[in-house]
Design a protein around this ligand. Structure first.
Ligand code: HEC
Ligand code: HEC
Length: 510
């Protein structure tokens, strides 16, 4: 049983918040008594110590005060620096009385701000889970693996400048926080998915593309359901959006759907373009989770009083750490990061080889969009993330995408679909053991290649030091393409890799 200085400091923070003295003693006792680890998903710290006699309470209090005096001599719990967050946009006013341009500048400030304790950095009594989860004993303030693991978003997303990708040293250990301080388990691939920092160039256009595709797939399902109802017969439909096939569904007149033949998408038919696994719907969805996981900054929409009943869910002494407006500004700034424009490179001889051996079947060179307007919030956001029904202000931000015909085009080199990436012959990419959102362990979202020029290292774990190794790692559905690459004459391999290496060397990046 340990009673560390951090828990005592927290009691002091609570006492500064003028908690009732009896409550303060109970709280201190609870923290102390919670010395043994209990399941991480305890939503409330248990507070019923009423069975204790007043004498026991007094004795323990005296001991506590002794340790506190010692602790106070060592540290001050007041932060004289002031907070790093200096902007307070109101979501309802953005794009109206609060200019979009100003919100974008705020978003950048929030992305580079090195959060400190006055901002609410740290989450001693909450885990990384996006489903608000409390813990009964305080977690570590900084823990490179289990998190909080960084001071700012830009601490990882900085290659070759703010908003970009990151070195292997910026890897994140997904699901590690559930093990708290148990480092051996946190590092063990049997429990934890290690991922390399992905660049955020052009992700506004990616979210627009994903939304248009989800709408289309849902429309195809709904039409089939209406037909089945009308005819009284089962209806089968091949799902396809922007030329990408997502397998087949069949629906019954009663409205049931057989999803066993779906490919590369979950049964909700919502494309989730973000993270290596393709499980995050929107930039906002990711931002809410990243703020908590990496920094212990808890957003009002995900962890605030309305959802959890607590103003200070992580119990770090700071209430309402990140407002809805601040989350909006941070999201909009990321969405506004320019899309690398690689159109000129399609004249490169390597592009011909890329198509010739079938790399373009997954890495689609051009996705066509109907609209260039980024909508905030996204209509497919999950519970806990701001949705259109939660606000009157539906922000529309046009992005400077390349025009083509009546629409727009993005040269991201992805199909926004998940693929099986390993088999008996090429096992490299099947290095994960922890399932996310029920997605099979061998499936990954097709990486965007439009920023390869500044992206190194490669592969979801960032353990491919070169484009060549990344190609050789492709197995499963991509196995035949890898065989075709292997069969190319040496000069053609050099030309193909040269072509890929140029992607993203203009526009966004310099
Ligand atoms: C410790 C390093 C680290 C920090 C700090 C960090 N990120 Fe990330 N970020 C990552 C990694 C790693 C991924 C890829 C995750 C995956 O594939 O599962 C990622 C992915 C993302 C994505 C999705 C990109 C995509 O295409 O899939 C967004 C959006 C994002 N981060 C935003 C943020 C924001 C906003 C912050 C600050 C609140 C932040 N990140 C802080 C490492 C970091
Ligand atoms: C069946 C679909 C598929 C085919 C075909 C395919 N890829 Fe990929 N590619 C992927 C997926 C999925 C990933 C993400 C792998 C991961 O998560 O590590 C990827 C990743 C990559 C990466 C690493 C990108 C990064 O940022 O880490 C490169 C480079 C790449 N592919 C190039 C190619 C080339 C060149 C070809 C043709 C020889 C090809 N791919 C064929 C699906 C495919």
């Amino acid at each position: 049983m340990t009673f560390n200085n951090r828990s005592i400091e927290l009691c002091l923070v609570d006492s500064r918040l003028k908690l009732h003295r009896r409550h303060f003693v109970d709280r201190a006792l609870t923290l102390w008594l919670a010395g043994t680890r209990s399941p991480a998903n305890i939503l409330r710290v248990k507070r019923d110590n009423n069975h204790m006699t007043s004498v026991t309470r007094l004795l323990i209090l005296i001991t506590l005060l002794g340790s506190m005096a010692f602790s106070m001599a060592q540290t001050s719990s007041e932060i004289f620096d002031g907070p790093a967050i200096t902007v307070f946009p109101d979501h309802e006013k953005i794009g109206k009385s609060y200019p979009l341009k100003r919100a974008l500048a705020d978003g950048k400030q929030l992305f580079i701000a090195k959060f400190n304790r006055a901002d609410g950095a740290g989450r001693p009594f909450a885990t990384e889970h996006n489903f608000p989860t409390r813990r009964s004993e305080p977690g570590p303030e900084f823990q490179r693996i289990a998190g909080p693991d960084a001071n700012s978003c830009a601490g990882c997303h900085n290659q070759p400048k703010v908003g970009g990708s990151g070195d292997f040293a910026t890897n994140v250990f997904v699901a590690a926080p559930q093990f708290g301080t148990v480092l051996n388990e946190s590092l063990n691939a049997a429990f934890v998915n290690e991922r390399n920092t992905r660049s955020l160039w052009g992700i506004g256009g990616i979210e627009i593309a994903a939304t248009e595709m989800s709408r289309e797939l849902i429309r195809q399902r709904d039409t089939a359901m209406q037909q089945a109802k009308k005819s009284g017969l089962d209806v089968e439909v091949k799902l396809n959006a922007k030329g990408v096939s997502f397998g087949t569904i069949s629906v019954t007149p009663e409205g049931d759907m057989d999803s066993t033949r779906l490919e590369g998408i979950s049964p909700d038919l919502v494309i989730k373009p973000f993270n290596a696994k393709g499980t995050m719907v929107s930039i906002r969805d990711f931002t809410d989770v990243a703020l908590n996981q990496h920094h212990g900054i808890e957003t009002t929409e995900m962890f605030g009083e309305t959802r959890t009943g607590f103003k200070d869910f992580d119990n770090d002494g700071k209430e309402n750490e990140f407002s809805i407006g601040q989350t909006t500004a941070l999201t909009l700034w990321q969405a506004s990061l320019p899309a690398p424009n690689n159109q000129g490179f399609q004249k490169h001889p390597g592009f011909k080889l890329f198509k010739q051996i079938g790399c373009d079947s997954c890495h689609i060179p051009a996705l066509r969009l109907q609209s260039n307007v980024f909508n905030e919030p996204n209509e497919f956001n999950r519970e806990g993330v701001l949705a259109p029904a939660d606000t009157k202000n539906h922000i529309r931000m046009p992005l400077p995408l390349t025009r083509e015909g009546k629409g727009y085009v993005i040269n991201a080199y992805t199909d926004l679909k998940r693929h099986v990436m390993c088999d008996e012959k090429r096992k490299y990419l099947c290095n994960e053991r922890k399932k996310q959102d029920k997605v099979p362990l061998n499936e990954f979202m097709t990486s965007r290649l439009w920023d390869l020029n500044t992206k190194a290292p490669y592969c979801h774990r960032g353990d491919c030091t070169s484009i060549t190794e990344a190609i050789e790692a492709h197995g499963g559905e991509a196995g035949a393409t890898t065989d075709a690459f292997d069969a190319l004459p040496r000069n053609d391999k050099v030309t193909l890799v040269k072509f890929l290496k140029q992607l993203g060397s203009r526009e966004a990046v310099h």
